[in-house]
Design a protein around this ligand. Structure first.
Ligand SMILES: Cc1ncc(COP(=O)(O)O)c(C=O)c1O
Length: 473
């Protein structure tokens, strides 16, 4: 080959690294259930006779999706080939029309924000709790949703994230009942929770809780390829004809059979006795690991806070580790550099290990040994604890209006009084401080400076010095 192939090189290096994976995808680079070498390249086919068509399924794909729906307890299930991102776009476009008002959990994923731009929606934001005892974003209060829907009956649908990025689950059953009492639709981005259907040791799934439309990233916690996802319909409140139409609007006309098959076999596997037993074993092992780590000096793994009424359940697929005298980002970095263990993410306070049914005893034992060693030997550094009380900015125009306007990059101090055209998101809490369409105020400016002084990671700041943002001209 004449052209250099840096991606191939990087992947070869990753293969050689052979690290322990506590990050996505859920197959952990170990087990994708079948020997793909037997199928590739001929499996990379197109809609030839006998192979059905994901966009208009009438044969094997229809049958497969119907089987999947039965497994998840859905009225209908659709395989996605563009991650939960694509499935979120489809779901949002199905439950709304341009100009609609939606109640959206403020710490939703970027794909929901982008979906609101694509579908020209006007958001009302539902702010989750920030738990000051543990410096972590927790859940939402059902009563607050009831209040907002009573005060603003023109809201068409509610969009929630469950579980959140830290594995925490709000009281979704009560929330679903409230939303349905108001005759609204509940969409749940359950990207992180496809495994929860398969174990009664997990919090209930969004479909079990009564959600109308649910999105799963199969690739996050099941042994499925990156980019695979599912869209489930839970009730008759969803117009299936409209969904089919929006599915076609947002899906490639050449959907991958590799992804379609990976969706199918990962679900079939999880529905098998082996799949369920492996998941249960991993949950029990994770619990044991958490107990052991919590006995180690300097180490704290989050196990809940009974005083926080927004935490209704905890998805044990996430192990949230902190070490006294270390930032979360330092823990994550050191685990890779010194112990060859990759974690999913980190913030100022925590490092997060993401498990799946494919993790093994050896993975966990290496994690425990590494954390023990780090807690014993890593230098102690004073961590400045910051109170996260974020200002709630005013919406001046819809995210789409801001997004499609003339935009410019300005220094933070010059942004005061202007309308943001892109988000600024500090970690923690991972909740946008400001988003497209909202007013940039002096309070927000001061808050960003405070976070910067304390070295928090802030996504969305531009320029070499990371002291600019994008605003509406
Ligand atoms: C809550 C949530 N929703 C949606 C997505 C998008 O998922 P995907 O990467 O499968 O497109 C993510 C990705 O991290 C996520 O965390």
């Amino acid at each position: 080959m004449k052209m250099k192939t840096p991606v191939l090189e990087a992947l070869d290096n990753l293969k050689k690294e052979n690290s322990v994976s506590f990050h996505m995808p859920g197959h952990k680079g170990k087990n994708t259930l079948i020997n793909w070498g037997d199928y590739i390249p001929f499996i990379d086919t197109t809609e030839v006779t006998g192979m059905d068509n994901l966009l208009e399924p009438r044969g094997v794909i229809q049958e497969s999706q119907e089987n999947a729906a039965k497994v998840f307890g859905a009225k209908a299930t659709y395989y996605g080939v563009n991650g939960s991102t694509g499935s979120n776009y489809i779901a949002l476009a199905t439950i709304t029309k341009p100009g609609d008002k939606v109640l959206v959990q403020r710490n939703c994923h970027k794909s929901i924000y982008n979906g609101m731009v694509l579908n020209r929606l006007t958001p009302v934001y539902l702010y989750p709790e920030y738990n000051e005892n543990y410096n972590i974003i927790t859940g939402v209060y059902p009563e607050e949703i009831d209040k907002i829907l009573t005060e603003q009956p023109d809201i068409k649908a509610v969009v929630l994230t469950y579980p959140n990025y830290y594995g925490l689950c709000s009281d979704l059953k009560t929330i679903a009942d409230i939303i349905h009492k108001h005759n609204k639709v509940l969409m749940v981005d359950e990207a992180h929770g496809p495994h929860m259907t398969f174990s009664d040791k997990s919090p209930i799934s969004a479909l079990q809780a009564g959600a109308d439309i649910v999105i799963h990233s199969t690739h996050k916690t099941l042994p499925s390829f990156t980019q695979t996802s599912l869209l489930h319909v839970g009730s008759d409140r969803i117009d299936l004809n409209k969904l089919r139409d929006r599915y076609q609007l947002f899906t490639t006309t050449s959907p991958s059979y590799l992804f379609t098959l990976s969706n199918e076999i990962s679900i079939a596997y999880m529905d098998s006795q082996e799949g369920r037993e492996k998941l249960d074993w991993n949950i029990e092992k994770a619990k044991e690991v958490i107990q052991r780590l919590n006995k180690v000096d300097r180490v704290k793994v989050f196990t809940g806070d009974p005083t926080d009424k927004t935490i209704f359940g905890i998805d044990i697929a996430k192990i949230l580790i902190s070490i006294d005298g270390m930032k979360g980002s330092q823990i994550k970095k050191k685990l890779l550099s010194d112990y060859n263990i990759r974690l999913e993410m980190s913030d100022y306070y925590y490092a997060l290990a993401y498990i799946s049914p494919m993790n093994t005893d050896e993975d966990y034992e290496r994690l425990v040994a590494a954390i023990e060693d780090m807690a014993k030997n890593a230098p102690y550094q004073e961590i400045n604890y910051i109170s996260i009380e974020m200002p709630e900015p005013k919406l001046i125009m819809s995210p789409a209006q801001a997004y499609y306007s003339h935009k410019m990059q300005v220094e933070l101090k010059d942004a005061i009084g202007k309308v943001a055209a892109a988000p600024v998101i500090p970690y923690p809490p991972g909740v946008p401080l400001i988003h497209a369409g909202e007013e940039f105020t002096k309070a927000i400016y001061d808050y960003i400076l405070l976070l910067m002084e304390n070295g928090l990671e802030i996504v969305g700041l531009m320029g070499n010095e990371k002291d600019h943002i994008i605003v509406v001209e």
